[in-house]
Design a binder for this molecule. Structure first.
Ligand code: AG3
Length: 272
């Protein structure tokens, strides 16, 4: 059988490769290049501009860890906003809670359509009546909307291309204004192994903007370094305060013990 080999370089001399049986889709949109491959080991894999965004096999680590620490830390998350996340995975996790609405703002409508077709396990969340899908520039949306949210999750890609702005100070300052009192923000924050400098820089401005700017970590087998960082931002809520509430059923990674452990700083990341 003919196979295709696809790779993402994480550094000039290392990265990840997949042998794919089939290329299911490759297309250029006004924003980026979208590709979907069928692989034996990871199932379907979604690439944006050559960077692995999600795979059927390991997406649960990232989507559960992006969403549940925030949803569990907030006492009553009713209105949720997701910036990016056009594959629907973060939305699926948010909708496991009894929220009133979950607004997803994705810049590239084609990502949503492609994932509806090729990643039904993620994109089924789009059919939920509580989901409101908006195809728009997230950075513009947060500056123009009058809506306010209890939890905001930033499910961006790397700080290049259309996602670059979603890693900047001005974006987080504007995002903060979209919070209801007591609200909180989580954002994917890159690889602590390979993106430590930008992580440090970001932490500096986040600490100026929020009373609490914490990092937590979780596995991400197909992302650079295999360990992923997330920022937890609030003006009050402490993610480590124990709650009686139970997490949703049938998760694959997250639980209360994982939650606590995720906020522990690994030795190599402890601040000098
Ligand atoms: N968002 C984070 C993707 C980062 C991947 N980076 C990389 N492969 N270099 C993922 C979106 C999934 N909802």
């Amino acid at each position: 059988m003919k196979t295709i080999e696809i790779r993402e370089f994480h550094t000039p001399s290392s990265g990840i490769f997949f042998r794919a049986g089939r290329r299911l889709l490759s297309e250029r949109t006004p924003f980026q290049k979208i590709e979907v491959y069928e692989t034996d080991s990871y199932g379907r894999v979604l690439f944006l501009d050559g960077l692995v965004q999600t795979t059927e096999k390991d997406e649960f680590f990232y989507h559960e860890m992006l969403v549940h620490p925030a949803m569990m830390a907030h006492p009553r998350p009713e209105n949720v906003l997701i910036i990016g996340g056009g594959d629907g995975g973060a939305l699926r996790e948010v909708l496991r809670y009894p929220v009133k609405s979950a607004v997803l703002v994705e810049i590239d409508g084609r990502v949503i359509e492609v994932c509806r077709r090729w990643f039904p396990g993620l994109a089924k969340s789009f059919e939920d009546p509580r989901a409101e899908i908006t195809v728009e520039d997230g950075n513009r949306y947060i500056r123009e909307t009058g809506r306010r949210f209890d939890v905001i999750a930033v499910d961006s890609s790397d700080p290049v291309g259309p996602s670059a702005i979603l890693h900047q100070r001005s974006f987080f300052a504007a995002l903060k204004r979209c919070l209801r009192p007591g609200g909180l923000i989580v954002a994917q924050a890159g690889s602590p192994l390979f993106h430590l400098d930008p992580l440090r820089k970001k932490r500096r401005f986040l600490k100026q903007l929020f009373k609490r700017a914490l990092y937590y970590y979780g596995p991400a087998p197909t992302y650079p370094g295999g360990l992923w960082g997330y920022a937890f931002l609030s003006d009050g809520l402490d993610p480590l305060q124990t709650r009686r509430r139970r997490p949703p059923k049938k998760l694959k990674y997250y639980n209360i013990d994982v939650h606590r452990a995720a906020f522990a700083a690994p030795e190599f990341l402890k601040e000098r």
